[in-house]
Design a binder for this molecule. Sequence first.
Ligand code: ZN
Length: 274
Amino acid sequence: MNLKKISDKNLHESTLAAAKKEKLSTLELLRHLAEVQRRVLYAEYGYSTLQKYVMRELGYSEAESWTRIQAMKLIRTSELAEAKIAEGSLSLSNAAEVQKHIQEFNFTMPDKIAETINLATRKSHRELVQELDDQAGREKSEKKIILPKRLLEKMAKLNKLLDAKMTELELIETLLDKEIRECEVRPSRTSQADCVKPTRYLPVRVRRSVMTRANHQCEFRDKNAKRCGERRHLQFDHIKPFALGGDRSEKNLQLLCPAHNQRRMIKTFGARDR
Ligand SMILES: [Zn+2]
């Protein structure tokens, strides 16, 4: 269609139609992302997060992919949101804002979620953010700390030893996760007495040698043998599942990021319904 040659009225109508089409195809994309998420399919293509998949495979910017992923999460929880996106009354950025809000305040009641979605309908993003802020009257629980030079040096040293380029925050989180994981896996004193049945507890020696073999990095390789680069939140995975009688030997263990671990579970035991 040569737009320069059509009448004003036709141009207006055709613009409306194009916008409608765009909204529907956005919704179609969100539905696809929801299914990719349910299957953790991004892991199969070598990504440790859906965000990375959306950025690198689909070519969206960081902000664009964040918005789409948040909106996708919202339509997974609420059919109302899906309907409103389809009719064009709920913008993608408002849907993302709603999702952020209900997650932050842990809304699980359908009424409360619907109320927030209705609040976001036919409103500019700026208006919505203002209203949500007012409504929450929130108090931030963030805490600012100053890291002494000595700590920063230790962090740089650890980065070097791990051959990683983690930020200070990522390093702190990685170390905390590691500690928490070890505490959770370690059997408590009270349960040691009835420790006859097989246990998931992995001896430190085994953990250490798997970690060293993996060089503290997810061991998943995609079809082209490209290895996943994730170094955070790593988990020990039984190659032959523990539930199917797999043992705790180094040979039966691999180090995986949460996405690749979950993807393996899905391939072995199937995906959850939603
Ligand atoms: Zn991975």
